[in-house]
Design a protein around this ligand. Sequence first.
Ligand code: AYL
Length: 527
Amino acid sequence: MFLSPFPDVDIPSLSIYDYLFTGLAEDDLDRVAVIDGSSGASMTYRTLIDQINRVAGALAARGVGPGTVVGLLCPNIPAFTSVFHGILRTGATVTTINSLYTADDIENQLTDSGATWLFTLSPLYPAAHEAAVAVGLDDAHMFVLDGAGGHLSLADLLGEDAPAPVVEIDPATHIAVLPYSSGTTARPKGVMLSHRNLVANVEQARGLLTVVADDRLLAVLPFFHIYGMTVLLNLAFKQRSALVTMPRFDLTEFLRIMQDHACSYVFIAPPIAVALAKHPLVDAFDLSSVHTILSGAAPLDGALSDAVAARLGCRMLQGYGMTEASPVTQLIPQNALDVSPDSVGYTIPNMQCKLISTATGAEIDLPAEGMSEPGELLVRGPNVMLGYLGNEQATHEAIDAEGFLHTGDIATVSAEGVVKIVDRSKELIKYKGYQIPPAELEALLLTHPAVADAAVIGVLDDDGQEIPKAFLVVTVSGAVTAEEIMAYVAEHVSPHKKVRRVEFIDVIPKSSSGKILRKDLRARETA
Ligand code: AYL
């Protein structure tokens, strides 16, 4: 077992609302909390807290409270922050929904999470409404933040001026959020994160990231995903800094917003690092305000990291973790200048880790010097989820009897405790940091009449970024083209899940029990 090299931090036993928003000094209340990157409109902490309480009041008056699950389907706009925390303030649980999702995906999450209320925004309204109708959620249970379809808007709720409820929340057991993750198995599952999980992860990470009140954090990574939720939304508010929101990634707009709003701390996933290192447009903007960039959610190449740092003249950090760990478990700290950009840095405070052999399950010894043997990384700490909603079996597969979460990632660790992620043993594919469960694409491909068998794995594109590739066996040779297959998939899935490469083969390699031998397919790729 290896521990965090940092001393434990105290984790206050508070609801996320009390932890972030109770007892702010007057000076802090007057600070800017959120800036809409597109329009420049801003909101102070005073306004934010007032909105949170009004949203909570309006919801509580409708019976929303402990035990209620509320869906939130909304891109990064300032209103996300007041609605998200407003729902939590009532004691209800928020299930954040990927704003790229199709109506089917939304319906599945609403059903599985048991959501009985839904917040959305007009551009997403058609898909949201279709899903709401399918699960029997009536119009009175749906809010459209900017007002559409005759639904109540955020302005309507704020105008009700209803008092925020008084709720009892046991931080350790009360489920705050239900983001969805496949973990190490096929289907997306609701990840039960308690108020304590969320508070803990901010407390564990903030000393290492050293975000300060004068920082402006660029929030292009979605708040619905745990990276944006914890590292942006919650950590920024704890530090009384300002979030600059962007609803979707567009390189020119991203660069403009960074420049015009003098962003200092920028949070990205690796594909954005590729653009920052290589794209000629970057030179057309003054990015001198940026002192730090943190990449997370997928592997970042060390040379790419160095190239971004050199081009922008900033510090490049990396974080690693999983939705199931709220999410951060390892980080390159702001002040640790000697850590290799190829690594994910040190284990954060209050966490214990293990590496186990993928062959035998035996614990791997730590080296006296140099790097250890590779093994599956196991993590334990106050940020590890309560479990998967309604799925005890998956919970027991993910968290062992000693409380260690099995990450499905293969890592090595140095004598100094620096962790490097070297491979992934689970099936999961990450496209731009988003999860794609291959089994979902395989099931869809099998519904195409010309496809006899299918397997999907992640492969690297020319920029070293992971993309999904399908291996297909066709019913009759020449019955379908790669383009037709890709178009068929694109019609049925949300854009991030599209199949981006196709290869026709004679037979899908399988074990005697019928399991796809993904290793063989991966070996074929690198051969
Ligand atoms: P989920 N390097 C390699 N793989 C990574 C990394 C990384 N830095 N970060 C995440 N992954 C992969 O639940 C890994 O396979 O959470 C892991 O099991 O969407 C999986 O992604 C988890 O995917 C931060 C910022 C952590 C982000 C995150 C991770 C959020 C992704 C710390 O500072």
